[in-house]
Design a binder for this molecule. Structure first.
Ligand code: SF4
Length: 238
């Protein structure tokens, strides 16, 4: 019996994907300018990253503000009772997990450094600064990159679920590259000055257009070169 022929797109028409530079050039006009602004002190950012795990930005912001209102300073949080910390951050969810972690991490930093000033990390080479933070419990590659990039202006690429999904759909990273591994892969694609804008461009695109269940390929400026665009309806229902 004759074998059925596999249907393949002709080589010349297959989309090869866009480079990181092309992605930034195409998204810049819509989402830029990408100006870096320090959000929080690095120790505050560290606590914020723990609060932001498995919850929305809005809830983690509320939890952080309540924590600071309740205790007044991170030093006071480090001395505080876990139950009181949990109560303060309950709006962010998983308070029974996050509260002891926050207290533990703050006290480890105090033991190691004698204070909660993490600005010294900016003086270290990037890989060493990442490694220092990743020794802390609950601080993975994304949290470390967020602290270094957002608070200290270092060229660390933070890969959250949006950045990971968009990068895979665009073919910037392979389909089997984990979010953890994607940090270094994506970081190496751009210059240090471009890491922050690259992160913001991808995360914004993931939130607004290349959404998880229904990407809006029909209105995406990257569609002409995106290898995944054919896999989704041209005009996704909103
Ligand atoms: S074309 Fe579709 S899948 Fe590709 S980046 Fe744009 S929205 Fe995402």
């Amino acid at each position: 019996m004759a074998k059925a022929k596999a249907t393949r797109r002709p080589r010349s028409r297959r989309k090869k994907g866009l480079s990181a530079r092309e992605v930034m050039d195409l998204l810049g006009p819509s989402y830029g300018p990408f100006e870096h602004a320090r959000r929080l002190d690095p120790a505050e950012e560290m606590v914020f990253t723990i609060l932001s795990q498995h919850t929305s930005d809005t809830n983690s912001e509320r939890a952080f503000h309540r924590l600071m209102e309740e205790f007044g300073s991170l030093e006071a949080v480090a001395r505080g009772e876990v139950g009181r910390i949990a109560e303060a951050v309950s709006v962010g969810g998983l308070a029974r997990v996050k509260a002891p972690r926050i207290k533990q991490v703050l006290n480890i930093v105090l033991e190691k450094r004698g204070n909660l000033d993490l600005n010294f990390l900016a003086e270290m080479p990037l890989p060493e600064a990442k490694a220092w933070l990743r020794e802390l419990p609950g601080i993975g590659p994304k949290s470390a990159a967020v602290i270094l990039c957002f608070s200290l202006g270092m060229p660390a690429m933070a890969v959250d679920t949006h950045v990971h999904r968009v990068s895979k759909r665009l073919g910037l990273i392979g389909p089997k590259v984990s979010a953890e591994d994607a940090h270094d892969v994506l970081e190496a694609m751009v210059t240090p000055q471009e890491v922050y804008p690259f992160h913001v461009a991808l995360i914004t695109h993931g939130r607004r257009v290349c959404r998880a269940p229904r990407p809006r390929c029909g209105e995406c400026p990257l569609a002409f070169g995106c290898p995944s665009s054919d896999g989704f309806p041209a005009k996704a229902k909103v």
